[in-house]
Design a protein around this ligand. Sequence first.
Ligand code: 5GP
Length: 261
Amino acid sequence: MKKGKKLYEGKAKIIYATNDKNLVIQYFKDDATAFNNQKKSTIEGKGVLNNRISEHILSNLSQIGIKNHLVKRLNMREQVIMLVEIIPIEFIVRNVATGSITKRLGIEDGTVLKEPLIEYCLKDDKLGDPLISEEHILAFDWSTKKEIEKVKKMILRINDFMIGMFRGVGIKLIDFKLEFGRLKIDGKDEVILADEISPDTCRLWDSITDKKLDKDRFRKNLGDLIPAYTEVAKRLGILHEQSNVSAVNVTKLSSIKRKQQ
Ligand code: 5GP
């Protein structure tokens, strides 16, 4: 497969064309942003870890029948994915109230929700990804009733699966963000899971200590982001190297591999 020109650059990823019109390459950057781009930094090794963690989760979801865009991981920072038309909505799934919902609605931080709560945000950085309702989505044709119904069913299965997967390794899945895309499979319109699922897009707390193992370490200046993401990868059984492997080593390994290719 040949890597073509850059099609799109986002805050944490770059999409490149390939010689197959249906496939693109997703490159995971080390850049971290928060608060609608007001806080920015580069954290060496973050992209490598997110690539591996997202590959692991999406492959597992595929095995339980959740169609998604992942074709295969290419190397330490890149994966081949199916080209989809992204639905311009961020689907937020909450099991425990924390983050924006606590400020917006005055809910006590850490409140366990009776049922998973799905929120919709318009994917628009200029507007700060505002919260929207299902009625907004239908009124402005951002998605259809049929798509939303399909997506909601997928979200609940994804959430159930991920809660169990993380619980098994001593992590609580607090909340996360998903994106979905449209494509035609055998001439039929389909909606599939897209983007990434990683500690950048989830809140993950240690089951016993509530230690934050996600991007809140960057947002809240808690430090040690790479050790936290490495901990998630190790617990999921993704990193088999010596117990003290650091993402910096992973990055070095990646550059050695690139030179060898
Ligand atoms: P909140 O609305 O509390 O800020 O975020 C809820 C969840 O969705 C968190 O797990 C957060 O990481 C994720 N999330 C929401 N918006 C974004 C976004 O624009 N980028 C990323 N990476 N994650 C997001």
